[in-house]
Design a protein. Structure first.
Length: 147
């Protein structure tokens, strides 16, 4: 009986640890639309070859003029959820809101209470933001360099 219990526990643990898709249809995400230029969208479908298609609220990003790939990889998407304060430290490269619904990669220069001073990688512009306007850069993502 004890062996059966241990086997059941191992099987349960294996099932729980089995990789599940990081993103699913209708998740609200920030997508690296082009060279560290992140925009809010929704996962519209899972790509057969891997990755996810994104639908943006602004029709420009959905148009033929856009530079976005057909399918986004995990390093070009992040859940649109603010991080906890312990996830961000001075020197981190993050995704920070530049203007409404437009985020760019930035470096955290200073933390003063609930204010995060960031410098945007693309143009050196500096801004003070609250944590709800900052996102953690996905693992493997570039720091705003041209792809």
């Amino acid at each position: 009986m004890k062996k059966l219990f241990i086997l059941f526990a191992i099987l349960t643990l294996f099932t729980a640890c089995k990789a599940s898709p990081k993103f699913k249809v209708n998740d609200v995400v920030l997508a690296d639309w082009y060279q560290g230029n992140w925009h809010i969208g929704k996962v519209s479908e899972v790509c057969k070859e891997g990755g996810w298609k994104i639908a943006y609220g602004d029709n420009f990003y959905n148009s033929g003029e856009s530079q976005k790939p057909a399918c986004y990889t995990e390093d070009r998407l992040v859940q649109n959820v603010a991080p906890s304060a312990d996830e961000i430290k001075i020197g981190d490269i993050v995704i920070a809101e530049w203007m409404e619904d437009a985020y760019y990669t930035a470096k955290v220069e200073k933390i003063d209470g609930d204010k995060y001073s960031v410098k945007f990688v693309s143009d050196g512009w500096e801004s003070k933001l609250t944590l709800d306007k900052v996102r953690v850069l996905p693992a493997g993502a570039k720091s705003g360099e041209k792809k």
